[in-house]
Design a binder for this molecule. Structure first.
Ligand SMILES: [Zn+2]
Length: 361
């Protein structure tokens, strides 16, 4: 298998090409991350403050590194009046719950949990996993819906996402967050009804076009990704800052990610089997490109992840969803891009428009 000689990405990554020196197209086209500028971020915050609401910003808080760091920025650095919210995806780790508790106690922000009906959540995960080899898309759809619901319920003008420039490029080719695809897979399973889909998705009619229009005219809150505006500390420094300020802890592993979700290693294992790459290899490759770690170190870290073996807790995850090892064979046999014909038409129109007009953002 072809592997880039500069980063550690392999030939399975969608659209990747290699030059004569075996350097991948992502490394060749890499440009340094240029923050949009702190003054722009401050302007957004000032505008939110001027609305004189009970809260200036909503921070979705998973207890992971990025979202906890965003809470620290919002409260301690930019003095925003914050409400934090957590979507309980059914796989929250003890560690993340501890981190949330500490961060909320120390910052004294208001905090709410959103939790869908657990049996329904499991049923939807089970169907999606068996049919598409993925549960992260279902989790993302529900998380986004709950964030929107919380921001409307508490009348908050902006939502601060912890999305980091480091996590760029770790997508899969399937449109796993598409609401049209999601509904098609569920309905065609014959195991779920419209009401259940509505309960889970909260806004089953919502598509990217309606969403961006409502954001544009101010009916929905503006989504802001602070880490794209400012020069960020390294991954390691970020952990050190929130450990000191908000008693945040990680799992003791170097450069762990998504320690907020106990199913994440399992989803990475499945992704790697289906697509030939997963989140971690993308993350380490980004870090090499950003000169945060050496390529040799990235290879070591990747080796330690033992991505070709199911993680220790995979039986626990399967059992929780009412699945067994035999079902795992079905999950791993998913052929990529099987449901791309069923994407929401409105999402397609939005993507087409977005290519031409950035203002729809
Ligand atoms: Zn590369």
């Amino acid at each position: 298998m072809k592997i880039c000689k500069r980063c550690i990405l392999n030939e399975n990554y969608p659209g990747i090409t290699f030059n004569d020196d075996s350097i991948c197209s992502l490394c060749i086209s890499k440009t340094d991350f240029i923050p949009k500028g702190e003054e722009k971020l401050i302007r957004i915050f000032e505008k939110a403050r001027k609305r004189n609401k009970k809260y200036d910003a909503l921070v979705p808080l998973s207890g992971g590194k990025d979202s906890t760091y965003i809470l620290h920025l919002a409260v301690n650095i930019y003095n925003l009046k914050v409400i934090a919210m957590t979507y309980d995806n059914g796989f929250m780790s003890e560690l993340s719950l501890d981190n949330i508790k500490n961060a909320v106690d120390i910052t004294k922000v208001d905090h709410v949990f959103y939790k869908p009906d657990q049996e329904l959540q499991k049923k939807i995960y089970r169907i999606m996993l068996l049919k598409t080899g993925d549960i992260c898309g279902a989790c993302d759809i529900a998380t986004r819906a709950c964030i929107l619901k919380a921001s409307l319920e508490y009348d908050v003008p902006i939502v601060l996402y912890g999305t980091s420039p480091l996590e760029d490029n770790s997508f899969v080719p399937d449109s796993i967050e598409d609401i049209g695809r999601f509904k098609y897979v569920l309905i065609s399973s014959g195991e779920i009804n419209d009401k259940e889909i509505k309960d889970f998705t909260i806004y089953p009619w919502l598509n990217d076009l309606i969403l961006s229009f409502n954001k544009l005219v101010g009916i929905y809150p503006r989504e802001v990704r602070p880490l794209f505006y400012i020069k960020n500390p390294s991954d390691k420094e970020m952990g050190e800052i929130i450990s000191k300020e908000l008693k945040w802890r990680d799992d003791g592993r170097e450069y762990s990610r998504h320690l907020d979700c106990i199913a994440e290693p399992f989803t990475n294992y499945v992704r790697n089997r289906i697509y030939g790459y997963e989140r971690r290899i993308c993350q380490y490759s980004n870090m090499v490109r950003n000169n945060e770690i050496s390529r040799a170190h990235a290879l070591e870290l990747y080796e330690d992840d033992k991505i070709d073996q199911p993680p220790e807790n995979y039986i626990e995850i399967l059992n929780y969803l009412g699945l067994n090892e035999k079902d795992l064979d079905q999950i791993l046999s998913y052929k990529p891009l099987m449901y791309e014909d069923y994407l929401s038409r409105m999402n397609r129109i939005y993507q087409w428009l977005a290519k031409f007009k950035r203002f729809l953002q």
